[in-house]
Design a protein around this ligand. Structure first.
Ligand code: AMP
Ligand code: GLY
Length: 429
């Protein structure tokens, strides 16, 4: 089997790692990939958003299975184009990917499907948005409807802030096309949880729940980022809660998508807020694996489970053996970021990795490149994902942190408290 992974971040390195483990006879390609994916296969010099070139490469390299990592190519219709070219692909069509690429659309689907989510309203014009803000209690959350790379949601403690955010997006075009439509919603209290499920549009297999850490600094302080770390499994995600998410979120959403003539195939990522009464509210849907969640989640899946499922979903005839996949171990992924991330990451610094990676820890490349001399250098904001493995989250965190200390590059910025909620729960138990 010849497999192409589209994308070039930590998630895609983790996908290549897992696919090589699960499909040992497969030949792997990544586009564009990174120095980490190059260890598992061949990198093709094609950007993840170059839909036309990716389709041509899939045909040329006789790719049997394409796995799409990031949202942008999904929203641009890569899956539709690959299918039209007769290539099997894991991921949602452009129409189905609207669950992520349009928050206004996702809200409409949830409303029709009866999925719990924050009360909200969508706007394309400023005056009615301002009138809505004046009528509603704060805090309010102002969100760009389109893809904004994690910068699209602003939590506003005052009406003035909410009005300023709405104005920045709708009138000043601060987020470009992504902010031409906005959603204003009620602020929800609770604990966040990422629940990802594999689906062929009807059947659902839920992956072990993970928890992301979006803020830059220890103790969940500082600006929002794409994610500074994640761990898995999460004890908050009891079997009972996961079954509620299946019944009340995933199944009704998939039914509604199918009823609209746009069945959803791929990984459906529900970004949830678990309220104090245990109700899972959907904050957002993503149409792909989370990053860094994938770097914690994929390494603890039972060997063989992911590769087989992705191939069967892409080619048809998937018969999941079990409704959920268990976490065989615990994992904590800590992101090593560049100084200045998320606003202005400093690139170029040389990276020194330990010669011999320790057992029970993995290094995933995200924003790295090799210069012509072969030196590994910082290329982007999130540089590496370091995943520690263990029997418990505490053990995994300790192993990951030890490896983080041994990796050096100028400006290395990282959180030392990934998994703190779980450690607190374990301490309290
Ligand atoms: P989103 O892009 O919709 O996932 O929002 C990004 C982040 O903003 C989430 O991970 C939450 O931390 C926060 N957030 C979004 N919507 C809400 C909400 N309605 N209530 C509280 N926090 C929210
Ligand atoms: N870690 C959040 C995301 O992938 O969107």
């Amino acid at each position: 089997m010849r497999v192409l992974v589209v994308g070039g971040g930590g998630r895609e390195h983790a996908l290549c790692w897992a696919l090589q483990r699960d499909l040992p006879d497969a030949t792997l390609f990544a586009a564009p990939g990174n120095p980490g994916t190059a260890r598992h296969g061949s990198n093709l010099r094609i950007p993840a958003t170059a839909v036309h070139d990716l389709v041509a490469a899939a045909v040329e390299h006789k790719i049997d299975l394409t796995v799409v990592g990031p949202e942008a190519p999904l929203a641009a219709g890569l899956v539709d184009r690959l299918r039209a070219a007769g290539r099997a692909v894991f991921g949602p069509t452009q129409a189905a990917a609207r669950l992520e690429s349009s928050k206004a659309f996702a809200k409409d689907v949830m409303r029709r499907a009866g999925v719990a989510t924050a009360a909200s309203h969508g706007f394309t014009e400023l005056p009615p948005a301002l009138a809505y803000i004046a009528r509603h209690a704060v805090p309010l959350v102002v969100k760009a409807s389109g893809l904004a790379g994690g910068k699209g949601a602003v939590i506003c403690a005052t009406r003035d802030e909410a009005a300023a955010s709405a104005r920045a997006m709708l009138a000043d075009g601060r987020l470009g096309d992504a902010g031409r439509e906005i959603v204003i919603e009620q602020f929800l209290e609770g604990e966040e949880l990422s629940v990802l499920a594999l689906t062929d549009g009807e059947q659902v297999q839920i992956l072990p729940a993970a928890q992301d850490h979006k803020r830059l600094g220890d103790g969940d302080t500082g600006p929002n980022t794409g994610g500074m770390g994640a761990y898995c499994p999460v004890s908050l995600a009891t079997e009972e809660l996961i079954e509620r998410v299946r019944r009340e979120v995933l199944v009704p959403t998939l039914r509604e998508m199918a009823a609209r003539g746009t069945p959803y195939q791929g990984v459906l990522y529900a970004g949830l807020m678990i309220a104090a009464d245990g109700t899972p509210y959907v904050l957002e849907f993503n149409c792909r694996f989370g990053d860094p969640e994938a770097q914690a989640l994929l390494p603890v899946l039972p060997p063989g489970a992911l590769g087989g499922a992705l191939a069967a979903i892409a080619t048809g005839g998937w018969r999941p053996e079990r409704p959920t996949l268990p976490a065989a171990r615990a994992a904590v992924c800590t992101v090593l970021a560049a100084r200045g991330y998320p606003d202005q990451p400093e690139v170029g610094a040389a990276i020194v990795l330990p010669e011999e990676p320790p057992a029970d820890a993995l290094v995933f490349h995200a924003g790295t490149y090799r210069d012509p001399d072969g030196t590994l250098r910082v290329h982007g904001g999130r540089v590496l994902g370091v995943t520690g493995l263990g029997d418990t989250v505490a053990e995994a965190a300790a192993r990951g942190a030890a490896l983080c200390e041994r990796i050096s590059f100028q400006g290395k910025t990282w959180r030392r408290d990934i998994g703190w909620r779980e450690l607190q729960r374990a301490g309290a138990a």
